[in-house]
Ligand binder design. Structure first.
Ligand code: SF4
Length: 601
């Protein structure tokens, strides 16, 4: 293969990801590549698109296109009738949400300021959620609902792929073949595409990269990456294009269809540092796919375990992102939910991979879980201090899969020893080592919240999923976190093979009890998905299931259809679990027998 001498790479976060803080992948890679003397720049196309779309100028265009449509819902007619209000308010809303004009809180927190749309909460609901002193959050919540109304209008009248924090996710969520995506890419540009490409093209002209790398963490980033790549191939065919990230790592490992290479040149897998370094420096490629001149996919060192050690990947570099107008959103009034979409967080990892790595539903065969590697705690806290200095923010979201209690102890001690004031939150496994003493230490060092998988609160299923915890130890650790003032979010799962209706009901009973005692503040139920990279997907019989997939699909492969001898109505139970938990999060419904939630669903 021809050697490529690369001078400059532009790393792109494609629309749409979270809007309150930069997604960490490009910052990590930029920091690493710069430390290896490579000219790396980055852009967050996601927030740039939203910032450009939600302006008076573009909203006027949105309203014009929307009013020329033939089918328009009653709700959207109301918005169009009040277009003057929306046009007058959109710029102040964006200034407020991005923290550039906080004085607007007093106006925006007043319910009477807003049009009477379906989303507008009652005064009682607002009083309950924010009291009389939470004016800033209350205003943020009302502004978020205002943007959601506009997003719905855009989705239904202009671009069916548009959602406030996703783009074309439903199109790409399950994509066994590339054809449906290709059909969309062959359509004329939508208004949103045009805005996105306008921003992207300016960046290309300004930075003149030799290489563009798209980080695609979720299905909702695939379409926009390929739209940009398609434009790039047309206008700047000499620029090489690569794509990596969570979606590529999990879904495209078995790809045999070459059509995606009409848009991009390379797919890279697992941690991107080494594959990118080799691509850019012209060294031997690693975990890289490309299409050769015979239209065959070449998989170069695809199974290589070679990586840059975690201690040598360097600190993330946020240059090029800090000037963006990130916006705070509060959609749900739950305080734990607000952490995900509200506030700027420095995102980094305390360690690579998961120290447990044995849960049967989890992608434990993939490098991002399987390879557990830590670094000296002094180095981690040095990285934190570097980031604080660079971003001016002291809040950290440690995006580890599961931070170990031993590591969190060392971290807390080091933060306290250095006398630095930070706040942080992370994922954990609810194990017995989270004693009152450790939780207190963590809280003292700045831990404000944790999330973790309780999964299925049934002793039999907990054993089957090999979580290595019991309900009792989980309950004990949650209690210890709560008593130290640390908020807890529990990830829960339903529909695990062989799980019975009674076990699902019992599971909800445990969750109800945890909420009522104040030991968790937030929870979310995911339907179990059998993925090809999990122990249960690799050996479905081991969990009492039978795979219904005969051979891999030629584009994306991740979830495996399966059957068991004990099928329950997952739609109905999923609705019941979510309805009950939504009420518990609002502090309501504890007195309703758990069975009743499923009757209502
Ligand atoms: S589910 Fe969490 S604790 Fe279990 S292996 Fe995966 S990352 Fe580790």
């Amino acid at each position: 293969m021809q050697k490529i001498n690369i001078m400059k790479i532009l790393l792109v976060i494609p629309p749409l990801t979270q809007l309150n803080t930069p997604y960490p992948a490009t910052a990590q890679l930029t920091g690493f590549l710069k430390s290896r003397e490579i000219d790396a720049v980055q852009m967050d196309l996601s927030i740039s698109l939203i910032d450009k779309l939600f302006t008076k100028e573009n909203l006027e265009k949105v309203f014009k296109i929307a009013s020329s449509g033939t089918t328009i819902s009653k709700q959207h007619k109301i918005i169009l009738q009040q277009s003057e209000f929306y046009l007058q308010t959109i710029d102040p809303v964006m200034r407020f949400l991005s923290g550039r004009d906080s004085s607007l809180a007093q106006r925006f927190c007043n319910r009477d300021f807003w049009p009477r749309t379906k989303r507008l909460p009652s005064e009682d609901d607002l009083e309950w959620a924010f009291g009389t002193i939470g004016n800033y959050d209350r205003a943020t919540h009302l502004c978020t609902l205002f943007l959601k109304d506009l997003s719905d209008l855009i989705q239904q009248t202009i671009d069916p792929h548009f959602e406030l924090i996703r783009y074309a996710e439903s199109l790409c969520l399950r994509l066994p073949h590339f054809d449906p995506l290709q059909a969309e890419l062959e359509k004329p540009y939508s208004f949103i595409d045009e805005l996105m490409l306008d921003i992207f093209s300016k960046k290309i002209v300004e930075t003149k990269p030799d290489f563009v790398g798209f980080s695609v963490p979720f299905p909702g980033n695939l379409y926009s990456s390929l739209r940009c790549a398609q434009w790039l191939k047309l206008k700047f065919p000499d620029i090489k294009i690569t794509m990596g990230g969570g979606y590529v790592n999990t879904e495209l490992r078995q790809i045999t269809d070459t059509a995606i290479f009409n848009y991009i040149d390379y797919l890279i897998y697992d941690d991107g540092e080494l594959p990118l370094l080799r691509l850019l420096n012209g060294g031997e490629l690693v975990r890289t796919l490309y299409r050769d001149t015979e239209n065959q996919i070449q998989r170069i060192n695809f199974d290589s375990k070679e990586n840059i050690p975690f201690s040598e990947i360097g600190s993330p570099d946020y240059s090029g992102l800090l000037q963006n107008n990130y916006i705070n959103l509060i959609e749900l009034t739950n305080p734990m939910h607000a952490l995900w979409s509200n506030g700027r967080w420095n995102k980094m990892m305390l360690a690579h991979g998961c120290y447990w790595g044995k849960c049967t539903f989890c992608d434990g065969t993939l490098d991002y879980i399987k390879r557990y590697e830590s670094a000296p705690i002094e180095l981690i806290v040095d990285r934190m201090e570097t980031l604080m200095h660079q971003t001016g923010q002291s809040g950290f979201h440690f995006v580890d899969e599961a931070a170990s209690p031993a590591l969190l102890r060392k971290l807390s001690e080091e933060i306290i020893r250095r006398k630095i004031t930070v706040s942080y939150w992370t994922n954990v496994r609810f194990e017995k080592s989270f004693t009152p003493e450790l939780c207190y230490l963590m809280a003292k060092s700045g831990c404000i919240a944790i999330s973790g998988g309780l999964e299925v609160a049934s002793p039999r299923i907990l054993k089957l999923i090999n979580k290595g915890i019991t309900i009792e130890t989980a309950r004990e650790s949650m209690k210890n976190f709560a008593e130290s003032g640390i908020m807890t979010h529990a990830y829960l799962m339903y529909g695990f093979p062989t799980e019975t209706v009674q076990e699902t009901i019992d599971s909800l009973e445990v969750v109800r009890d945890l909420f009522e005692n104040g030991w968790i503040q937030s929870a979310f139920w995911h339907r179990y998905a059998m993925t090809i990279h999990s122990p249960s997907g690799q050996n479905p019989e081991s969990v009492g299931a039978k795979s219904l997939q005969t051979q891999p699909d030629n584009f994306a492969n991740n979830e495996i259809p399966f059957s068991t001898n004990n099928e329950i109505n997952l739609e109905k139970y999923g609705r019941g679990l979510n309805l009950a938990t939504y009420n518990y999060m609002q502090g309501a419904g504890y007195d309703i027998p758990v069975k009743k939630w499923f009757d209502k669903a």
